[in-house]
Design a protein around this ligand. Structure first.
Ligand code: NAP
Ligand code: MG
Length: 495
C-alpha cells in the first residue's frame, strides 16, 4: 500500500471558538467554561472547547425535541435519503480534514485514520438505503369478525448518543446514520479527549441540509453525559464506552424507561490452531491487538496458541512485533501512535507492572517509549506477555492498550471453555484450515462476532455488538434501524 500524503493542518483548528452545535447554531456554554483538547503525540494544545453543563444539555434536548415535532419526521423517506446521501458525499469530500482532526486529537496515525473513509461513507450510504426500507406488516389475526390488523413503524424520538474516544469520526457517523434514516433527532456527546471531528461533522450535517436541531453536538465531560442520560425528554440512549459507565447509563435510563443500546468493553480471544496458515496468522494476531495502540473494544487481547506450535508462533510474533513502527502519527510510515492520554498510559503501565509482579513474562515491549520524538507524548511499546495464567488480572480485565496476554492450549474443548471464561463477549478470532473446526468454533464461542482466518472485519450490512458484559443491541446490519423505531399495532374493524 502506498503511504498517504499528509494533508495540511485543518483550518478548523484556527476557528475563533470551538462552540457546540445546538439548534443549527454555534453556541458557547452558558457558563462560558471551556476545556482543552491536546495532541497526545506532542502535548500541543489543539483547541479550547465549550464545556457543557446540565443546562446546556437541557437546551440541546429541547432543540432536538422541537426538531422532532417539526416537519422532519413527516418528511418523505426519499427526502431523508437524499439528505443522507448528500451528507455521505460531503463526508467523502472532507474526509482528509476529518481524518487529520482525529489524528491530532487521538494520536492515531494518519495512515490509519484515512482508511476510515470508505467505512464512514459506505455506512452513510447504507443508512440512506434504509430510510426507504422502513415498513410495518399486515398481520392476519384470528379475532372474531372482520378486523384488519397492521403495524406502523414510528421513530422513537430524541436520541442521546454518548461516544468513546477511540474512533471519533467513525463513531459519529455510526450514531447519526440510523437517527437520520429513521426520522429521530439526536444530541451527541463526543468524548472529552476527542471532540473535534464531531463538531466538524455537525457542520457538514447542516451543509447537507439536515434541518436545524436534528443533529446537535454537545461537548463536555462525563457530567454532561450523565445529564444527557438522565434527561426525561430523551427517548433513547445509544451508548458506546466502558462497561462501568454503561452500568450507570442503565440506571439513569430506568427512571423514564428510555430505550437503550450499550456497546461496551471486551477481552476478546484470538485462537490459533496448529493447522493455521501462520504466515497470515502471525501478523494478523499482532495487529488484532496493537492496531490503534490497542484502543479497540474488540481487540484480540487473549491469544490462545495450540501447544504444538506455541513456541514457534510466539517467537515469530515477537519478531514481527519488533518491526512495528511506533511514532509520529503524521509520518506516513508510522503504524502505531501514542495512547490517548497520560491517564491511559499510566493505567496501561500499571497493568504491565502488575502482570510482571504476578509472574507473567514479557517477550516484547513492556515500557513507555523514551527519547526524541517520544518524550512529549504517551507512547507505550507493543507488549506481549507469555506465562499468563487465566486468573491473572491481565488475563481478565480490559486494558485498552497495546498489551497481549498469550496462552498455550491442547484441545478444542479446552480452548472453548477457556475462551468463554470471561464476563465479556464482543469479538473473537479463530485460525484454522479445517472447515469443521471453523464451524464448530463459530457456534461455540460466546461473542457477538467470530472472525475466522481474519480479524476485526466490520461492514455496514453486518451486525456488531456484545454478549454479556460487552453490552446489548446490535449496530449495523438490516435490524439496527429497529432500535430507533417503535412498533404500533393498528386494528380496524371492517364489519
Ligand atoms: P468511557 O469512559 O465509558 O466514556 C464514554 C463516554 O461516556 C464519554 O463520552 C464519557 O465522557 C461519557 N461518560 C463518562 N461518565 C459518564 C456518566 N456517568 N454518564 C454518562 N456518560 C458518561 O469510555 P472511554 O474511555 O471513552 O472509551 C473506552 C471504552 O469504550 C472501552 O471500555 C472500550 O471497550 C469501549 N468501547 C466499546 C466499543 C463497542 O462498540 N463495544 C467501541 C469503542 C469503545 P468523558 O469523555 O468526558 O469521560
Ligand atoms: Mg485530544
Amino acid at each position: 500500500m502506498n503511504a498517504p500524503t499528509i494533508p495540511p493542518r485543518p483550518a478548523f483548528l484556527d476557528a475563533k471558538a470551538h462552540d457546540m452545535l445546538i439548534g443549527g447554531k454555534h453556541v458557547p456554554a452558558l457558563s462560558g467554561e471551556q476545556f482543552e483538547t491536546r495532541n497526545p503525540a506532542t502535548g500541543e494544545l489543539l483547541a479550547k472547547i465549550a464545556k457543557a453543563g446540565a443546562a446546556d444539555v437541557g437546551i440541546a434536548v429541547q432543540a432536538a425535541r422541537a426538531a422532532f415535532e417539526g416537519p422532519w419526521r413527516r418528511m418523505k423517506p426519499a427526502q431523508r435519503q437524499h439528505i443522507i446521501l448528500r451528507l455521505a458525499d460531503l463526508v467523502e469530500q472532507n474526509y482528509e480534514e476529518l481524518a487529520m482532526l482525529d489524528t491530532l486529537d487521538l494520536g492515531a496515525p494518519y495512515s490509519r485514520t484515512i482508511l476510515g473513509k470508505t467505512r464512514a461513507v459506505s455506512l452513510l450510504r447504507y443508512y440512506a438505503g434504509q430510510a426507504t426500507l422502513i415498513a410495518g406488516d399486515t398481520l392476519p389475526n384470528s379475532a372474531p369478525g372482520d378486523i384488519l390488523s397492521h403495524t406502523l413503524k414510528e421513530p422513537i424520538g430524541v436520541v442521546a448518543a454518548i461516544n468513546p474516544w477511540n474512533g471519533p469520526i467513525g463513531m459519529s457517523v455510526w450514531k447519526a446514520g440510523p437517527v437520520l434514516a429513521s426520522g429521530c433527532t439526536l444530541v451527541m456527546k463526543p468524548a472529552e479527549q476527542t471532540p473535534l471531528s464531531a463538531l466538524r461533522f455537525g457542520e457538514l450535517c447542516l451543509e447537507a441540509g439536515v434541518p436545524e436541531g436534528v443533529i446537535n453536538i454537545v461537548t463536555g465531560h462525563g457530567d454532561a453525559g450523565a445529564a444527557l442520560a438522565a434527561h426525561p425528554d430523551v427517548d433513547k440512549i445509544a451508548f458506546t464506552g466502558s462497561t462501568g459507565v454503561g452500568e450507570k447509563i442503565l440506571h439513569a435510563a430506568a427512571a423514564t424507561m428510555k430505550r437503550v443500546t450499550v456497546e461496551l468493553g471486551g477481552k476478546s480471544p484470538n485462537i490459533i490452531f496448529a493447522d493455521a496458515d501462520l504466515d497470515k496468522a502471525v501478523p494478523a494476531a499482532a495487529m488484532a491487538v496493537f492496531a490503534n495502540s490497542g484502543q479497540i473494544c474488540s481487540a484480540g487481547t487473549r491469544l490462545f496458541v495450540q501447544s504444538s506450535i506455541h513456541d514457534e508462533f510466539m517467537e515469530r510474533l515477537a519478531a514481527f512485533t519488533r518491526t512495528i513502527r511506533v511514532g509520529d502519527p503524521l509520518a506516513p510510515e508510522t503504524q502505531i501512535g501514542p495512547v490517548v492520554s497520560a491517564t491511559q498510559m499510566e493505567r496501561i503501565l500499571g497493568f504491565v507492572d502488575g502482570a510482571s509482579a504476578e509472574g507473567a513474562m514479557p517477550i516484547a515491549g513492556g515500557r513507555r517509549m523514551a527519547g526524541a520524538g517520544y518524550d512529549a507524548g504517551f507512547f507505550v511499546e507493543p507488549t506481549i506477555f507469555t506465562h499468563v495464567r487465566d486468573e491473572m488480572t491481565i488475563a481478565r480485565e480490559e486494558i485498552f492498550g497495546p498489551v497481549l496476554s498469550a496462552f498455550s492450549f491442547e484441545t478444542i474443548e479446552e480452548v472453548i471453555t477457556r475462551a468463554n471464561a470471561t464476563s465479556f463477549g464482543l469479538g473473537s478470532g479463530v485460525w484454522t484450515q479445517n472447515l469443521a473446526t471453523a464451524h464448530h468454533m463459530a457456534r461455540a464461542i460466546r461473542a457477538g462476532s467470530v472472525w475466522v482466518n481474519c480479524y476485526q472485519m466490520l461492514d455496514p450490512a453486518v451486525p456488531f455488538g456484545g454478549y454479556g458484559m460487552s453490552g446489548f443491541g446490535r449496530e449495523s446490519g438490516p435490524h439496527h434501524i429497529e432500535e430507533y423505531l417503535e412498533t404500533k399495532a393498528v386494528w380496524i374493524n371492517l364489519d
